[in-house]
Design a protein around this ligand. Structure first.
Ligand code: NAI
Length: 303
């Protein structure tokens, strides 16, 4: 028992420097949350401009968090924002950024080849101890890890948007992820304030495996003319107690994202009818109607 608890606390203490690769929607949120809990974060983007944009996004979001957390205490709020920002260092060289890293969280584009290129480089540049994790929504963690020589120190850390607000973290364990790596990822997730659940390396993990086919089923129901978009949404809100209906939610997630996930799964698992992409969604994407972010999807929005 003593040995076990010792090894747990060692692994927790071990993660103090983290590297987040990709400073987009998710990466900037992950960097922010980690820095706000006292970790040293290196944030990697492809160029200085994008790095600056990520830093601005983090500053905005931190401002909102501080306002809520330190309501009437302006100087405490400013201190929190400054201290958190000072723990995040930008870098445009991924190899240099992992030299001292205990944990790397990758949040770059959802393309296997691009992730492979990155992890091949990182695997050579990072120290032996460094744990690698991907924030992928729909790719297999095992497939991403396959190009590295550290499959035992590789897992999934799947966050939700917006990262500072959403409490859940899915911790994904492949058949090759070691117990120590898994424990370190779980401990780290808890230490940054997330509620962690564990999942095997199965398509979409828990949330997206259930949610993406559900949204597609709702779209198919509308396509067949069984019910209107409005009525399907009203039904699920008032009948199932969901805060948003499925068509509204699909508009919110973005049809480019939904379609990309379904197309990837359909290619890999052609026999699963739940993974068949929807025609009306394909049309929306072709027309650039990606949902809330472009002002139109199944519904129209004021931008
Ligand atoms: P995003 O497009 O907002 O950000 C990706 C960023 O990565 C871009 O700023 C891009 O410049 C940068 N990037 C691309 N290649 C790079 C490289 N080689 N090195 C460094 N930076 C690079 O995308 P988003 O939404 O943040 O998604 C990132 C990952 O997170 C994807 O794997 C996605 O599946 C996953 N994810 C997305 C969620 C969402 O709601 N958007 C939720 C959970 C996971």
């Amino acid at each position: 028992i003593i040995k076990r608890s010792l090894s747990t606390s060692t692994s927790r203490n071990a993660i103090s420097n983290i590297t987040v690769i990709g400073g987009g929607l998710m990466g900037s949120g992950i960097a922010q949350v980690a820095a706000a809990t006292g970790l040293n974060v290196t944030l990697v983007e492809v160029n200085a401009d994008l790095l600056k944009k990520a830093e601005e996004r983090i500053a905005d979001s931190l401002g909102r968090v501080a306002k809520k957390q330190y309501k009437d205490d302006k100087s405490a709020a400013a201190k929190f924002v400054d201290e958190t920002r000072s723990r995040i260092k930008g870098n445009t060289n991924p190899e240099d950024a992992v030299k001292d890293s205990d944990l790397v969280v990758e949040a770059i584009v959802e393309k296997l080849e691009v992730k492979h290129d990155l992890f091949k480089k990182l695997d050579k540049a990072a120290p032996e101890k460094t744990i690698f994790a991907s924030n992928t929504s729909s790719l297999s963690i095992g497939d991403i890890a396959s190009v590295t020589n550290r499959k035992d120190r590789f897992g999934g850390l799947h966050f939700f948007n917006p990262v500072p607000v959403m409490k859940l973290l899915e911790v994904i364990r492949t058949s090759e992820t070691s117990q120590d790596t898994y424990t370190a990822m779980m401990e780290w997730g808890k230490s940054i304030g997330k509620v962690c659940i564990t999942c095997k390396d199965t398509p979409g993990f828990v949330v997206n495996r259930l949610l993406v086919p559900y949204l597609a089923e709702a779209i198919r129901m509308m396509e067949r003319g069984d019910a209107s978009a409005r009525d399907i949404d009203t039904a699920m809100k008032l009948g199932a107690g969901h805060p948003m209906g499925p068509l509204e939610l699909a508009d919110y997630v973005g049809h480019d994202t939904n379609l990309h996930i379904l197309e990837g799964w359909h290619k890999k698992f052609p026999d699963n009818p739940l993974f068949v992409p929807c025609e009306s969604e394909r049309k929306l994407v072709q027309e650039g109607k990606l949902g809330v972010k472009t002002g139109e999807g199944y519904y129209k929005y004021n931008k």
